[in-house]
Structure formats: C-alpha cells, structure tokens
Design a protein. Structure first.
Lengths: 279, 307, 378
C-alpha cells in the first residue's frame, strides 16, 4: 500500500449561490496516475484551484503528505448561503498560497496555457528555479551568486534536453507551435523539482497522434522524475490508457470512483456523459 | 453651533453635487471600458474655459450655455475616438497612459491659449445671486446644485433602466465580449457613455465655476481626482453609488475645511490646529481606506477572476 | 540556427556589449572634458545634470511599471521624501537659523556628509514605500495607480503642514544645502580649477542605474518579469507575489528617493509643492517614449525630454519674425503643446517607444532568430 500524497476531505467550493464543487473526497497515492474527469463545467478546474491554493475552500480540508494546506468552514455571509455538506467540521482556517504549495513539492499546469509571454523558452524554465535559490537579494542583485546561477542554467538546459525543447530554447515562448507550448508548460512545472504534478487538460487541442505521444511522454517523465500525477482530461483514450484510478465529477459532485475498467461500466458515468437512453 | 457648521454644510452639499456630476462620467466609463479616464477632470476644466471665451465674445447666455454643453459633449466624444478607440485591444496600461497623455495635452493647450493667467468666469444671473439662510449668506447656486444634480441623476437612472440604449449600456458593462456577440453596437454605446458623461461634467462646471469664479488649466485636476475617489467610494460602475460618494466627500471635505473654526467655537480647541491643510488629503485617505477595507465600494459587486 | 555558445554564461561578453561599454565610457569622458572647456553656464550642462537625474528616476519607474508590471503613480511622492531627507540632513548647522527662520533654526541641529545623506534619502523613501506597500500592493493595477497617486498627494500635504515645520520648514523652501556646483574645486580666490559639477551626477546616476540593470538581469529580475507577464502563473511557479512586489516597490522607491536628492542638488532649493502629480506624469511619459521595459530607452528618453523642454524646443516659446511676418502660433506655452502632441503620437502610433524592450547592445547585434525580438507589445 503506497503512501498517501494528496488527500481531499469534503471539499466544497461555493461562489455566491453557485456550488462549483460539492463535498469532494479524493486521494492520490505515491506513484499513481489519477485522473479527474467529468462533463464541461463539472468543477474539475475548481478542484484544482482549491488544491493549489488559488481559491480557499468554502468548506473542507486538503492535505499534502499529511500536512494541511487548505482548510476552512463557511464564514460570514456564506454561513447563510452555504449549500454543501459536512459544514462546521473544519474549524481551523488554513490557506497556503500557491507559491508555498509549489515549494512543498506540488506543481501544476494550466488549462489555458499561461506561459510568460515576453520570455524565451529557456527563461520560462529558468525562472521556475528562482524559488529554490539560496542566495539572498543583495548577493543575487550584485551577481555574486555566479556558481548558483551557472548551476541553475545547466539544470535548465538538461531539462530542456530531456523534454526535447533544446532546438527552440531561444524562441519567445508564445512563438512556438501549440504542441510545443504545452510541452513547455510541463517543462516549466517540472523545473520546480516537484514530487507531484497536476496537469490541467494536457491534451486539449491535440489530434489523436499527438495525444498518443503525450501519453507516452507523461509515462516517461513520471518514471524519470519519480512523480505522482493528478490530471484533468476530456480525452477518454488518454484517460483510460494512462490512469491507475479515475474520479468522475458531475455538477460539482463525485459520482464515481474506480479503475478505468470499472468506470467504463458505471451506469451513472454513462448517463452523465451520454444522457439517458430513450426508450 | 449650528450657525457655525451651516455654511460649511451648505458648501459641502453644493460642491458634493458638482463632484457627483463629474463622478458619473468616471463611473460610467469605468463600468463599460474598465478605464480610469484621467482626462475627464480636464474636460470639466475645458468646459469652464469654453464658457469664459464664448461669453466674452458677446454671445448671450441663453445661447452660450447650451453651446458650451454641446461642445463639451463633443470634446468628450472626440477624445474617445482619437485617443481611446484605437487602443481598445491594447493592454490596459496603454490606454491608461493615453488618458494621462490626453490630460497632459489638454492642460498644456489651455495653458497656451490662456497664457497661464487666471480666467474669470462670467457671472450668470439668478444662480449667482446671494441668498440668506438663517445667519448664513450664500449663493443661489448652492441651493440649486443638489436639486439639479438629483433631477439629472434620476433622469439618467431612468434612461439606463427603461430605454433600449440604457439596457445596452448595462449589458456592455456586465460583459463586453458577449454584448458584442449579441449584436450590440459597441461603438454607439461607448459614444453615448462619453457624451453623457461629458455633458454632465459641463453642467457641473457651470455650477462649480459660478462659485469659484477663476479658471486656469489646473482647475480640473483636484475636482477630477476627488470625483474619481467618490466614484470608487460609491462602488465603481454604479451611478447612484458615485452620487452618494460625491456628496459624502463634498460634505466631509468642507466640514474639515471649517474644522479649526468649529472646534474653537465648540470649545474643544484653543487654537487653530491646521486641520484645514488636510481637507484635500482627507479625500485620498478615504480612498486608501476604502480600497483596503472594501475595494468594491459602498454599492459595488465583488467579481471573482476565473483562473 | 544553433548558437555556438549555449546560454550557460549569464553575460554575453560579445562585441555588442563591449561596444556599448566603450560608448558609455566616451560619454562620461566627454561630460567631464566638456565642462572644463565650455562656459559653465551653457545650457548643455543644465540638460546633462537634470537629464542624469531624470534618467535615474525614469529607470526606477521603469523597474516598477515596465519590468514588474505594477502601475504605480507615486514616484513624485518618493522623490519628495528623498529631496527633503537630503536637504534636512545636509544643511550646514551654521546656516540653519537663516533657513528655518520661522522655526527657530529647526529641529535637526547636525549635518551629515552628502554621500551618507543621499543613501539615507533613498532609505527613507524605501521605508515609506514599505509602509505604503503593505496595504496597497495587493490591489489591481488601476486601483494601485490611484492609490499610489493618492499617497503621493497625502505626502505632499503632510510636508507642507506647518505643525511639523521645525523639521520640514513648512511651506517655505529649504536651501543652502550642498549642490552639484559645490563639487567644483576652487582655489583661494574662488576661481574654479576643476569642474566636477556635471561628472558627479553622472557617476551617481550611473552607479544606481548599473545596480538596477544588474538586478534586472538577475534571478530576481526574471521573477519580476514573470509577475508582469502572468501573476497567477508566477505564483504557481513558486514566486511569492507579496514579497517580490514589495522588493520591486521598495527598490524603485529607494532610487526615486536618491533621484529626489539629486534633484535637490540640481535645483538648489526644495519645496514640497513642486512635487505634483504632473511630475509623475512626466516621468511616466518619459518611460513610455523610451520604451517600457528598456533601461536604455528610459535613459535616452530622459535626456531627450530634458533637452527638448529646457533647450531645443525653447524657440517654440518665443515670438519669431521672418522678415516682417510674424510666425503664427509661436508664443509662450507652444513648446508644451508640441510636446504633448508628440507624446500622444508615440502613445498611439509608436507604442513600443524608441527602444521597445531592447537595450543598447541589442542595437549592435545581428538579428537573431528571436521571434518578436524587442517587439514585445507595449
């Protein structure tokens, strides 16, 4: 039984009157590739955003390797509006900022690619190493951190080589073709030395050929960097191919959990995606 | 005691109404374009200068007033077309810099034309008459301003809520892109917004300069800034909010101006504390407090950004 | 095209950089030599001194607005703090009674060396920036602009308040502190032997701008650019937004304070009411004309701006006659009108400014395969 990495307990996210995620419970264990799927608008990216500290949860708790990174219960106006479950079981308020969570070893990519538009491929990956820099402000500003800077650059070059981006390393990031931009996003996330990787729709906009390559690619980097992966995805081929376990979300709530084989048979999942058969 | 406070209260209500007329322009433009129109205060000033020159050229008041209002609305329209429309798809900073550029240009144009000398605003009969209330003597304009402001604001709110163009304006301020997709002629909506805002600023300038009587190129800076604070205070994008904010700021500012005197009269202080110097700074302090405590203002709505 | 030398070495000490360094060296040499040979009252030196000051302030503003993406309009406020700090700390004790004539000689009764005072001027400005930044830096860009503008106005009001006149001299101006002219070496009869009054501001501005350049080219500089490009992504990549924004804000304000001190030394007197929002607007416009995101651009643009407004375009303000015909339009104030129109033209049609986001060495380099080289959208 491998160790638990990420644990979501009764996570509810409510915006005003809209419950975007409702009582979501989720676990990802060491070395697994877990997928979070569901129709559009099901709340998947919302769950990601709670996990990575972008939104504080309205209710519930998120732990990373046992350490609580987000926790809260309805407060203020939300007390009256709250429409989720398990309210008032999480009295502490914890809300780690995204940068802290990345420092704890969890990195993410974005659904709409968010590369640094004015920087080159090389710089995009290099800047992700800034958080691990040991030198202080003055030493860095006065360029007295030569050895460390050199090491960061070497590591960046190595990473670009592994991810097959060396030939474009001096291009401005947004000038790359779409597929390479996606790869760059992943490269940048990897540059932070994570132990867990969150991928938000990595196959969006790809044709079947590219998706197959992506599948192999994800397996490859998982092995190479010893990662645990949680991904959001719509492409069922990729999901069924690559995942160890799958969670299915619909209208913000979990409707199913299991292995790919189990999920494919699950009637609730089929209804959610395809609707009820007309008789 | 009330007699001591009254003059400041009255001038506060009066200038509050004038700020409100300017603030509406800021809030409407921000609501639609998400732009802080830094040049709006200078449009207000230009309206004042126009009145000086038009009336000095012999045109009678019943013609010059409408002429000034029309030209001011035209200036607002022209600024939008020339300096903002081309930058609509540019990053936000560019259009704000353009607004600052327009403000700089207007001030320099007026400085050039007037030679930097104080211009004297023509005296408009009836509203510049003296009027006595209680033990205070003030001018007609002080009483007319709040009334006129309320009338115009009510008319505007009716327009926004009950006409087709008003509905278009509301739609555009809620969602720019979708409104375009739904076939709303964005250019027209934006034009109407700027025209209304500038027109109201023109009215405000007539009332304001009747009271303050000198106009120079920097006359629009402070009122403009204060009106903007009023708009933020009331909830940027909300017309009633801007009006409420403006009156509050006008009243507080004037009470502060008289605070030294009031405190002495009330026996709470023996000498002039010099609080008056801070009547201007008060507005900014209020702005900062509001931005920190409730950035959406009194009547604003919270907007979450989708990541 | 694969580059022969991969980007391991942080500094490309290539031909372009060497040419740039050489050019800068020549400029400094000229600044020194020209002052020895030309009449000291020449407009050139006014432009050079004021230009150097504005160059520093423009670069400091570019660091904040252009490189980190924080649209702040508070520069004049920090310059004011720096100016006052410098003046207050360096007025010779013997002169204080005459300067602070309404305040019994004033509160501060000691006097520090100018170099110490310049550093303190920057530190005071940075301190105020820290305090202001705590509440203000988390605001969205447009609100940040207005909040910083508001703070600058509040600072200006406070410094004119006569209740603290023993420190600030209230609404009276501060004078008799060390100025650039004091750096000239004189003999016993008062004749100047060696002119340093232009070289010194060049050195001060040069050292500061060099630091800022090094900062921009360091890991922190990359973090700032990441924040500018996409805050959310930057945060996801482990960059603490609050901390880095504060660093950028305080650094920028430190140098604005130093710039304020330099302004005091240039103008020979300091008065709160000259530090208006119009001053901030002018600096912003200088930055825009030079190119947001280019230090070289800010420096060039600052000198061009000062030269035009103090010197070259002066003729537009004077009535000119061609034979018996009076040229229309030319009179006092026309210069500023022309200026404003040029600025609007740049803002509307040349949004990249003079340099876009390139630096001087880039002008000498052969065009690389860099897509969008320097053409980062303003």
């Amino acid at each position: 039984m491998s160790e638990n990495v990420l644990h979501l307990e009764n996570v509810t996210m409510q915006f005003g009157g809209v419950v975007a995620a409702n009582d979501v419970c989720l676990d990802v264990n060491e070395g697994e590739i877990v997928a979070l799927i569901g129709p559009n608008g099901a709340g998947k990216t919302t769950v990601f955003n709670v996990i990575t500290g972008v939104y504080p949860p309205t209710n519930g708790r998120v732990t990373l390797r046992g350490k609580v990174i987000a926790e809260d219960q309805p407060r203020g106006k939300m007390r009256k509006l709250y429409a989720g479950g398990h309210a008032y079981e999480y009295p502490h308020t914890v809300n780690q900022t995204p940068d802290r969570i990345t420092k704890l070893g969890m990195a993410r990519t974005f659904q709409n690619i968010r590369l640094f538009k004015s920087m080159t491929v090389f710089e995009n990956v290099l800047v992700a190493k800034h958080m691990n820099m040991k030198a202080g402000f003055f030493r860095t500003a006065l360029h007295l951190n030569g050895a460390e800077e050199r090491r960061m650059r070497e590591d960046t070059l190595k990473l670009l080589e592994i991810l097959d981006l060396t030939d474009v390393k001096d291009e401005i990031a947004t000038a790359l073709p779409y597929g390479k931009q996606r790869r760059l996003e992943i490269a940048r996330a990897l540059s932070t030395n994570p132990s867990m990787l969150l991928l938000d729709e990595p196959a969006a906009g790809m044709n079947p050929q590219e998706t197959e390559e992506l599948c192999a690619f994800i397996r490859q980097i998982k092995e190479r960097f010893g990662l645990t992966v949680l991904l959001i995805e719509h492409d069922m081929n990729l999901v069924m191919d690559i995942s160890d376990r799958i969670y299915v979300l619909n209208f913000g709530a979990l409707i199913a959990e299991g292995t790919p084989a189990e999920i494919q048979q699950n009637p609730d999942v089929i209804t959610a995606y395809l609707g009820v058969a007309e008789t | 005691m009330f007699d001591t406070v009254l003059p400041y209260l009255l001038s506060g209500i009066s200038v509050g109404g004038q700020y409100a007329l300017i603030a509406i322009g800021y809030t409407m433009v921000y609501g639609i374009l998400r732009l802080i129109n830094f040049a709006h205060g200078d449009v207000f000033m230009v309206a004042g200068i126009l009145m000086v020159y038009i009336s000095a050229s012999g045109i009678p008041l019943y013609l010059s007033i409408p002429l000034v209002l029309i030209i001011t609305a035209g200036v607002g329209f022209a600024i939008e077309r020339v300096a903002y429309k081309p930058l609509r798809s540019a990053p936000r900073m560019s259009i704000m810099i353009s607004a600052i550029g327009v403000s700089y240009t207007l001030q320099n144009l007026v400085l050039y034309v007037t030679g930097g000398l104080n211009q004297f605003y023509p005296s408009i009969p009836f509203i510049s008459q003296s009027v006595t209330i209680g033990a205070t003597s003030t001018r007609m304009v002080t009483l007319i301003t709040p009334v006129l402001t309320l009338v115009l604001v009510i008319a505007l709110v009716l327009l926004i809520n009950h006409t087709k163009i008003g509905m278009a304006m509301r739609a555009v301020s809620k969602d720019f892109e979708t409104s375009r997709l739904m076939g709303i002629k964005i250019d027209n909506v934006i034009t109407v917004t700027f025209v209304i805002g500038s027109f109201l600023a023109g009215v405000g300038s007539i009332l304001y300069f009747t009271n303050y009587s000198t106009v120079i190129q920097t006359s629009g800076a402070m009122p403009g800034l204060k009106a903007f604070v009023a708009a933020v205070f009331g909830g940027i994008g909300s017309v009633p909010g801007a009006v409420v904010g403006a009156f509050i700021i006008g009243i507080c500012e004037n009470l502060l101006k008289g605070m030294d005197t009031i405190l002495i009269k009330a026996g709470l202080s023996k000498s002039m504390l010099g609080i008056t110097t801070f009547s201007d700074a008060f507005t900014f302090a209020l702005l900062i407090v509001i931005l920190i405590v409730k950035p959406t203002g009194l009547f604003g709505e919270k907007q979450t950004e989708k990541v | 095209m694969i580059q022969a030398q991969p980007t391991i070495k942080p500094k490309k000490l290539d031909a372009a950089t060497i040419i740039t360094i050489a050019i800068i060296g020549v400029v400094y040499l000229l600044a020194f030599v020209l002052e020895q040979v030309m009449p000291a009252t020449s407009m050139l030196f006014t432009v050079l001194k004021k230009g150097a000051t504005y160059a520093l302030v423009a670069v400091s503003m570019n660091l904040l607005n252009g490189f980190t993406g924080l649209f702040s309009l508070g520069q004049a406020g920090f310059m004011l703090i720096g100016s006052y700090a410098f003046a207050i700390l360096t007025i010779p004790v013997a002169q204080r009674l005459s300067v602070y004539q309404y305040y019994d000689g004033g509160l501060v009764q000691f006097s520090l060396p100018w170099l110490v005072a310049i550093v303190l001027a920057g530190l005071f400005a940075a301190l105020f920036a820290f305090l202001i930044g705590l509440p203000v830096l988390r605001l969205k860009s447009d609100y940040l602009a207005i909040a910083t503008l508001g703070f600058a106005e509040i600072i200006r009001a406070i410094f004119q308040w006569d209740k603290i006149g023993t420190l600030t001299n209230g609404s009276n101006l501060l004078r008799l502190f060390p100025t650039f002219a004091d750096f000239n070496v004189r003999d016993e009869s008062g004749q100047v032997l060696v002119y340093w009054s232009t070289f010194v501001p060049f050195v001060i501005a040069g050292v500061c701008i060099a630091f800022i350049l090094m900062l921009i080219n360091s890991s922190y500089g990359r973090a700032f650019k990441a924040i500018r490009d996409d805050e959310t992504a930057a945060e996801a990549m482990g960059i603490n937004l609050a901390k880095h924004k504060m660093i950028a804000f305080c650094t920028s304000s430190f140098f604005a304070g130093v710039g304020g001190a330099m302004l005091a030394m240039y103008a020979n007197s300091v008065q709160a009411k000259s530090f208006t929002t119009a001053m901030t607007y002018e600096i912003l416009l200088i930055v825009v004309i030079g190119g947001i995101g280019s230090v070289t651009g800010s420096v060039m643009s600052a000198f061009l701006f000062v030269a035009s407004s103090e010197w070259w375009l002066r003729f537009l303000d004077q009535e000119q006659m061609i034979g018996a015909w009076k040229v229309p339009l030319l009179r006092n104030g026309f210069r500023l009108v022309v200026f404003s129109l040029i600025i609007m033209a740049v803002v509307l049609f040349f949004r990249q400014g003079i340099m876009g986001s390139r630096e001087l060495p880039d002008l000498f380099r052969k065009r690389h395969k860099l897509a969008g080289k320097g053409a980062r959208k303003a």
